[in-house]
Write a protein that binds this ligand. Structure first.
Ligand SMILES: Cc1ncc(C[n+]2csc(CCOP(=O)(O)OP(=O)(O)O)c2C)c(N)n1
Length: 936
């Protein structure tokens, strides 16, 4: 061994042993004596350089270890003493950063060698005291590095080296100081100008966090240098207009025109109410590198999609968009995500980040195979206040970023008044993301110049803070002063830049013609084909071949015994395709298989979807011996597109948001999300209200996401029964979705194929209430021929009454499981004059088809709407006016559970009685005796 093999505390320990060896060799064992003798004299410190060993009687081994611990404490806890608050609140500090806590003195530190703490901070240092000063300068500066929770040694080493070497910071990595001043001038001038020109109009000014724009510039530049092709930015209201203008390149005149708020005639689009949205919710897309006139593929495209008020709701949507944009297909027909193509950037509020649960749900996606986007750069635009709420009332963690620690995300807290430090933080973030493909967070600590919006008076609630803010000079002025002191800027030059930026904006306003300059409303496709009309059948030969292909497994694959038996039955169903039946799950797999064969890629996710909540799907097979996986829908011979199926984490809100983003970004793909039970969709209500169902009217987006929601009253209690159909129907307007509750396997097959066929020409979200016990019910099964020859039927007339329509006096209209319950009820025999019409599509409501059905019954005297749900739920209140219109003079009555706040009874026995009573009433009881009061 040689002296250079020992570093840091080890070196100090061996030096101490060496001294002991010199003075009392007998006190050491023979092996140690031999080792020390072999080392020879310790090397002396080079003149003016690193001291190799303190001259005796230098500090003891214990002192060296305590000094080393001090250095480690600065690395771990230095951020607690960092000056990250522009309003100059005192850092909380920590006793671990004090010499006395470690029992060392400045003299001790001066006497210890610099390389006791190896690393870049020791380079050229004359003693450990020097190193400690440098570490304080790094870790307790205007940047606080919060990395102690990073447990992967390679990442920790990389972060430490990056920070201590200063390689992202000037002078090692210079900042274009004058360009930075120009940028800060543009940012401030834009806000000042809006303030002056449109007094009292809300804009959610960026001021106090102006540096966000140069930080984003730096990240986008880094993404471009790394060869990424797409960046997706998600952000809320704060500073959004400024980011749109400067990072997304939205022309000033478009934004000014929005402030002028012209009423555009073009907004009424063929039968669809286009509401538009407020200016700080709109989105934009921008090619920031490459040639604007060339194919977009040559550069980096930055996209900021529209965003609702609902804070943080955009987070999972950005992730889904990035995932879709970075996904390609491999040779085996499976989708593969390439993190070297995309970058998601999420800008959070300091109150919203810790407060909104969707943030945690989104962070939880970041390392999951089916969801990762190769690392998101998070920025907390931290203005130290939420509306009027102080930080002490906003979060239980020390920092707003606390949650990120749980996900082992490195956090950089940085003072927004130090633009160089902020740019260094941005460089570190993009470099770390590219190196490790993990999330990273910049906590950009600034302040909010005005109230929550510009009309609010913030000193009502934060008088002290706002006295300080009013007296605080803006970052542009501070940076200009720095440049003047460095001799880089003439005094007065900064003011001149400001004047010319304001003049330029005034020029835009003077030339403004709001009608002309406002952005055009988006082009929207309208669903003219309200129902039917799309061929969905698949020739029986082709269907048989695809079925056979999906039953193939690799040569040495051992399917579970029970599953193999079911697969055998399925094979035989196609031996007699007009007589034998297949169930719901097989129809689904055949629908997906034929859609893939048609060339449309598919992504299906949800909790436990791979097997299926009801153990019905088995889209992923596990070898019974060693558990390795096989996915028949991936790469079967006829497949011409990628199939992806993923068990999601236990999330509804972020999980649905993610799929929405994926769907928007990749509209040619059939994207399906399945709820474990339909009622859990209420956990994603924000995503439905704000995106899936209204994004077309507000922003012209064209989602086609499919939601599969198990629904049906089966005695499992108030939960698990209802997918809350009434909520979807309440939001049904402007042809904004399709809602189906179908009753046969073949109908489901045609419904899915129809959705796939309409993806690009008539995109609409599809809400499917799917069965539970009916999944395997013979009444729901269909023959292969039904798949090969049929098509989607929005309404199904009663085939059992086809020969005797003249005697029918009551037509029961019902949807989903209760329609099947009625059809198979033993009471049907007592109700020869009753026909059952199945409403398979609830929205857009198939009025023409139902009118035709009604017209076929010459003796019809009444219509009954039968539903399992209580009167105030289900489809009744939505359909009643339509049914009454179609019924003409005939009465329309309701059979349903009585109005109730809870969807169903909590006992299976009571359920059975109530359900039977509903069937009895609908089929056999005179209208005059209905327990539920007649409706008119
Ligand atoms: C989900 C949700 N709840 C409440 C609000 C109302 N709201 C709008 S801004 C705001 C404060 C946000 O504070 P912060 O996250 O710190 O962002 P800042 O406005 O300070 O930039 C609140 C409560 C909202 N927009 N979204």
């Amino acid at each position: 061994m040689k002296w250079s093999d020992f570093q840091g505390v080890n070196r100090a320990y061996v030096l101490e042993l060496y001294d002991q060896f010199q003075e009392h060799p007998d006190s050491l064992d023979a092996d140690t004596r031999e080792l020390l003798a072999g080392l020879g004299q310790p090397p002396q410190a080079p003149a003016g350089g690193t001291a190799a060993a303190p001259a005796p009687p230098g500090p003891s081994m214990g002192t060296a270890i305590r000094a080393f611990n001090l250095a480690q404490s600065i690395r771990r806890y230095g951020h607690l003493a960092a000056k990250i608050d522009p309003l100059e609140a005192r850092p909380v500090g920590d006793r671990a950063l004090e010499l006395a806590t470690h029992g060392v003195t400045p003299e001790d530190l001066r006497a210890l060698p610099a390389d006791l703490v190896p690393g870049p901070a020791a380079d050229g240092a004359s003693s450990l005291g020097d190193v400690i000063d440098r570490l304080r300068g790094i870790y307790c500066s205007t940047t606080g590095y919060d990395f102690a929770h990073i447990f992967v040694p390679e990442q920790r080493r990389w972060l430490r080296e990056a920070v201590e070497s200063g390689r992202f910071t000037p002078p090692a990595d210079p900042v274009d100081d004058l360009a930075l001043l120009d940028r800060l001038t543009q940012v401030e001038a834009f806000e000042k100008f809006l303030h002056r020109s449109f007094p009292g109009k809300t804009r959610f000014s960026i001021e106090g966090l102006d540096v966000l724009v140069p930080v984003l510039d730096e990240i986008v530049r880094g993404a471009g240098d790394a060869g990424l092709r797409r960046a997706f930015v998600g952000m809320a209201h704060r500073g959004r207009l400024n980011v749109m203008a400067h990072v997304l390149g939205k022309p000033y005149e478009e934004i000014l025109a929005e402030f002028a708020d012209p009423v555009r005639n073009a907004l009424a689009i063929e039968g669809v109410q286009f509401t538009g949205d407020v200016k700080y919710h709109l989105g934009a897309s921008h090619l920031v590198e490459g040639d604007e006139n060339q194919d977009e593929e040559v550069g980096l495209v930055v996209t900021m999609p529209p965003n609702p008020s609902h804070l943080e709701a955009i987070d999972p949507i950005i992730e889904g968009m990035a995932r879709a944009a970075g996904t390609r297909t491999n040779d085996a027909g499976a989708p593969v995500f390439d993190p070297d193509t995309v970058l998601p950037i999420l800008i959070h509020g300091d109150a919203a980040f810790p407060g909104q649960g969707v943030v945690a749900e989104t962070l939880n996606l970041h390392r999951l195979d089916g969801y990762t986007t190769g690392g998101t750069i998070h920025i907390i635009a931290n203005n130290q206040i939420g509306f009027t709420t102080d930080t002490e009332d906003s979060y239980s963690t020390l920092y707003a970023s606390g949650l990120a620690r749980a996900f082992k995300i490195p956090i950089v807290h940085v003072n927004a008044d130090d633009p160089e430090a902020c740019i260094a933080a941005a460089r570190l973030a993009i470099a770390y993301r590219q190196r490790f493909k993990h999330d990273v967070l910049i906590d950009l600590v600034g302040y909010r110049r005005y109230g929550h919006n510009e009309g609010d008076e913030p000193s009502f609630t934060q008088p002290v803070m706002y006295r300080r803010i009013t007296a605080h000079s803006v970052v542009r002025q501070r940076w200009a002063k720095t440049l003047e002191s460095r001799g880089r800027l003439e005094p007065g030059a900064a003011d001149a830049k400001m004047t010319s930026a304001l003049d330029a904006l005034q020029g835009v306003l003077d030339r403004l013609n709001p009608e002309r300059d406002a952005a055009d409303p988006p082009q929207m496709t309208v669903d003219h084909q309200r129902a039917g009309g799309v061929p969905t059948l698949v020739a029986i030969d082709q269907l048989t071949a695809i079925n056979a292909a999906l039953l193939e497994t690799p040569a040495d694959f051992q399917v579970h015994r029970k599953l193999e038996r079911a697969r055998e039955r399925r094979r035989h169903a196609f031996d007699a395709p007009a007589d034998r039946t297949i169930d719901w799950a097989i129809a689904e797999e055949l629908a997906l298989g034929t859609i893939l064969a048609d060339g449309t890629a598919i992504r299906l996710t949800g909790e436990d979807v791979e097997r299926g909540t009801f153990s019905h799907r088995h889209a992923v097979l596990y070898d019974a011996r060693d558990g390795h996986r096989f996915i028949p829908l991936q790469g079967f011979p006829q497949a011409r597109a990628a199939f992806e199926i993923r068990n999601s984490p236990l999330s509804e809100n972020a999980a649905v948001g993610f799929e929405y983003g994926y769907n928007i970004q990749e509209p040619a793909r059939l994207v399906l999300w399945e709820a474990q039970y339909g009622d859990f969709i209420n956990g994603a209500q924000v995503m439905l209200d704000e995106f899936v169902l209204s994004a077309r009217a507000k922003w012209g987006q064209a989602p086609s996401l499919v939601l599969l929601l198990p629904h049906g009253y089966e005695g499992q209690g108030p939960d698990h029964a209802s997918a809350r159909l009434e909520r979807f129907l309440q939001l049904a307007a402007d042809l904004n979705m399709r809602v189906a509750n179908c009753t046969t396997a073949a109908q489901y097959f045609h419904l899915l194929r129809r959705q796939a066929a309409l993806l690009l020409t008539h995109p609409l979200p599809l809400i499917v209430l799917t069965p539970k016990s009916l999944l395997r019910h013979p009444a729901v099964a269909s023959t292969p021929v039904d798949l090969a020859e049929g098509q989607w039927q929005p309404v199904i007339d009663d085939a059992d009454r086809a020969a005797a329509r003249g005697t029918v006096s009551r037509l029961i209209c019902a949807s989903g499981k209760i329609a099947v319950d009625l059809a198979v009820s033993r009471r049907r025999a007592e109700a020869a004059d009753v026909a059952i019409c199945r409403i398979e599509q609830l929205y857009p409501f198939p009025e023409d088809e139902l009118r035709d059905v009604i017209g076929r019954y010459p003796a019809l005297a009444e219509i009954v709407w039968a539903q399992e749900e209580p009167e105030n739920m289900g489809a009744w209140e939505f359909l009643r006016p339509t049914l009454e219109r179609l019924a003409g003079r005939r009465p329309v009555s309701l059979v349903a559970r009585p109005r109730s706040s809870s969807p169903s009874e909590g006992s299976a026995a009571l359920h059975a009685r109530v359900q039977e009573e509903l069937i009895r009433m609908a089929l056999t009881v005179q209208r005059s005796e209905f327990a539920v009061p007649e409706t008119r």
